[in-house]
Design a protein around this ligand. Sequence first.
Ligand code: UFG
Length: 348
Amino acid sequence: MQHTVLVTGGAGYIGSHTTRQLLHTGYRVLVVDNLYSGNKWAIPEQAVFVELDAGNREAVGRLIHEHDVTAVIHFAGHIVVPESVSDPAKYYANNVANSLHLIEACRDSGVRHFIFSSSAAVYGTPASIPVDEEADTVPINPYGFSKLATEWMLQDLTNSDRINNKPASQCFNHVALRYFNVAGAALDGSLGQATPDATHLIKVACEAACGKRDQIAIFGTDYDTEDGTCIRDYIHVEDLARAHVMALRYLLSGGESQTLNCGYGHGFSVREVLGMVQKVSKKRFAVVEAKRRPGDPPALVAEKTKIHEVLGWIPEYDDLKMICESAYKWEHKLEQLHRKPGMETKAG
Ligand code: UFG
């Protein structure tokens, strides 16, 4: 049976990479995206696209029936940690309230399989590194809280079906994927991150290497880490997209609800990342030292055993050089996209 998957945020960075892999694997894909930060050109032609807010419960419910949707992958959401600190209501409205409306639309229309883009931000500042899925979840910013709240909603819905003694074949199941730091682009330069006003380290560094920015700031050089800058676990977007396809197959074949880290299990400091982007780009862009950014934990690195055991996921692009090279190549490509009518990114 060919399943139809509803992908919210399929015009965005991770959503578009996943949509492409789903189509290659043989799924039909219905993309729902309000184009707030996504780009229409990033949606593969074979996908059906509806410009719509993922939180529009009635309209999403209608689409689920019309397209006979069997699973939902929910990417749509705001993702910038510092913005969540300065404008928390924006994050609770979109990441929590809209997620609830979408989950209700799924429940009302009998969609039982749900994959959610969660985040390592739910851990806050972990007591130990690498952090596993059983660790305490104590977010230190509204973004992390908004992701955790949606995880709770999904878990409660999953539990309620069991408590209400629904037959297993009718029970709601979900996989929450806790992303670490997603970066990179398709190796052939065909797809990548085009998020407007980017704030993520590798993207910003590539923009500096391409001359789109005069300099890049290191936010905090006095952390308790080897070189004083924050450590993150950078994961290539294609590996992450594949984790979604594998999670979908897992749920469709009767797998139980899961919460899984998506990371490689080792981290790099901000200075190491900037050094790598300078190396692959051969551009010595200016780097300045700045104050700490609110909401940043010193180090976040995934314990990756569980996703391997549950889904059989094995990374293919676990290489910081490859991640930075592909991100830099894509940044050049974006320049050309800007010049093509209808292909502009919001940033340009
Ligand atoms: N950083 C800089 N300068 C910049 C941009 C970032 O020094 O111009 C630093 C940040 O202070 C931080 C590190 O680089 O120490 C990574 O910051 P990013 O903004 O790239 O990413 P975050 O770690 O803040 O957040 C990302 C995702 C979250 C996810 C988190 C998990 O946006 O969804 O990774 O580690 F939760």
